[in-house]
Design a protein around this ligand. Structure first.
Ligand SMILES: Cc1cc2nc3c(=O)[nH]c(=O)nc-3n(C[C@H](O)[C@H](O)[C@H](O)COP(=O)(O)O)c2cc1C
Length: 94
């Protein structure tokens, strides 16, 4: 089934949803996550540590750990565009 991961297939959408579910399930169990493309950039390290063979595609990486709230970087809160600025609901009342 390696052909199912050909770029532009809908599997990318599915994997995004799966990734989101993993992150939410982890958070429910007290684990913080950082979805990261850096693990793909350094796939040589990820392959070695996670024992992933070259013939398998790494689509994304999710770093997990128990959050340290006393660490300054974890106090950063990113600004978000308001949903109403870019989400349009059609057929639903506001
Ligand atoms: C597909 C994807 C790839 C990402 N890659 C990286 C990355 O390589 N390095 C990084 O620091 N954050 C990366 N992020 C962002 C982090 O997962 C996270 O969203 C960010 O640290 C901001 O946190 P916040 O969403 O809680 O504000 C990526 C997010 C997504 C969805």
């Amino acid at each position: 089934m390696t052909g199912s991961l050909i770029p532009a297939r809908v599997c990318h959408f599915d994997l995004g949803a799966l990734c989101y579910g993993i992150v939410l399930a982890a958070w429910d169990r007290g684990l913080g996550s950082v979805i990261n493309g850096q693990g793909i950039m350094r796939s040589d390290i990820v392959r070695e540590v996670a024992n992933i063979p070259e013939e398998q595609v790494i689509m994304t990486c999710v770093a997990m750990g128990y959050p340290d709230d006393s660490f300054a970087a974890n106090a950063v809160r990113s600004d978000r565009e308001a949903n109403s600025d870019f989400v349009h609901y059609v057929g639903f009342a506001d």
